[in-house]
Design a protein around this ligand. Sequence first.
Ligand SMILES: [Fe+2]
Length: 291
Amino acid sequence: MVSQLSESTALFSTDVSTDCLAQRLDDYRAVIASPPVDIVDPTTLNHQELAKLRERVAVANFAHYRCAQAVNDTAVLALCHQVGLKNLHQSVVTAGLTKIEVSPGSKARYIPYTNSELNWHTDGYYYPETYPVRAMLLHCVRPALEGGATELINHEIVYALLAQTNPDYVAALSQADVMTIPANSQAPDGPRQAQSGPVFWQDPGRIYMRYTTRRHNIQWRQDPLSHEAVEALAEILRQRTDLVFHRQLGPSEGVLSNNTPHRREPFQDSTERGRGRLFYRGRFHDNIRIP
Ligand SMILES: [Fe+2]
């Protein structure tokens, strides 16, 4: 096991030198402090808009945009297509973008459809890494009356910080059975089988992450190093607020992301019918690729 861990760590060790990381953190902080990329017409992005989105995604793995006017879900999907997101995940119960709003009835058992906090997670962490959600979109149609801010963090930065703390931690979290999500026959997207997989894995030049901070219904590998690594990762997410993009997304604003960890603050909705917080969510099996 030790030699396997060392081998796996070596794959990632090239870009976590202290100087290189310090520069990356500076660039990243500048991006998350920037105003959104203004978009005139999401169905036809111009060169300048594409260039800005490309720049943001290269540094942060996500980009915050703001459309000049209210747009429908078809226009939002057209925006996604232009940044390479074409392979939308279609669950057995939804087609197109999913509306995320406070819902009565059976959906209310699931936190996204309540006004509660959603803690750090990547989308579709319960899918196998052989068919992962590689990117996701959140688009605000109506914000909450109060609260409900959106937060994101670049998982490649998280990875680099964790590797700097202890390279064996990233190796431990790259084990194929480090995180298991039990089967769920009642899942809102349709029944699913138990899934074991790594937190981190890679394609050439790219790191992926599959993660949730929720504690119940998650089985972590039961060995001391895996346990320490999970704690160290949670600590980074708790402590490094300087590296967290935090915004109250307004109407027609959204984020395009290479499925980086994200969270949502709790919120209060308007009591008026049809005035509650409404977001579109898209999950894609493509990475963001901007020409
Ligand atoms: Fe999510």
